[in-house]
Design a protein around this ligand. Sequence first.
Ligand SMILES: [Zn+2]
Length: 313
Amino acid sequence: MRIPDTTLQLLRAIYRGQREGYLTLTAIHPSKRLPTPSRHIAITDKTTVHQALADLMTANAQGWGAYFSVALRQQPLDRWKRGGQSDLLTLPALFADLDGDLSTSFQRIQAAGIAGMPGPSAMVGSGRGLHLYWLIAPTADFHTANLVLAGLAQLLGGDVTTAANALRLPGSRNTKSEVNRPCQLLWLAEQRRYTLADFDSYKAEPPPQVHAASSTRWRAPPTLSDELNPALVEAVVDVLLRDYAGSIQKNGWIGSLCPCGHARDQPGRHFGFSPRHGAARCFGRHGQILLKELCTLIGVDPARYGGLYRKPI
Ligand SMILES: [Zn+2]
């Protein structure tokens, strides 16, 4: 399958000069019922990147959505992982995902521009909305990047995204049955390059609970379910608080962004994790999420903490 020129143009602009890290390409079936395979390819291996893009376009022609994760990963992860924040090496672009009415989106972009927002480096028509990209000097400050991504989303009325997110590849087709339109690069202004610091005034305010939670490390309560490994539960809570805008609720649950991703999400709106039970629930379409699955989603490796369960004494 031929790779459209515009796909390569955008990827070249984003990853120009990268000497390490892995590009994550993912095929997502529109039904969301089929498993989601990813490939993680060394960004310096142009031949394999081209082959993987051609394969992804073939899958796209068969109805799968074609995505790439903007941040490069540290390692080639396995086929069923997309990677969480702890897997990221570097983020070479900021982005915004505007899913709503196009004329409203254009008005907001224009108003934000007049108010001083740095001009986007690229605009993509996703088939249903707009994706904006700002090329930046690659950064590993994912905490600040997430605050800026949240701030840009608020300003422009976009979906909440994080540095670990994947976006639809321009040049592919949006295969959602209700959409079925091409996702296209509308324009690219490659000379517009920024640093993360240029977006300092766009950082979203983290909710106050996050400050409180991050100043004192969360500790597993003594009432933790007997079988669960407290060190692992603490690691999961830490990642939810830090990377998914989580906060500790009165009932002891952690409310945060759903790690599976939603078109519209706010911390705690869909997703909660009960540290006591080691169970997570999305009140949106993702339902019950087992601790093991949650670990995969947010990039916590249970083996590093001694496994899912407490060692028998
Ligand atoms: Zn969800």
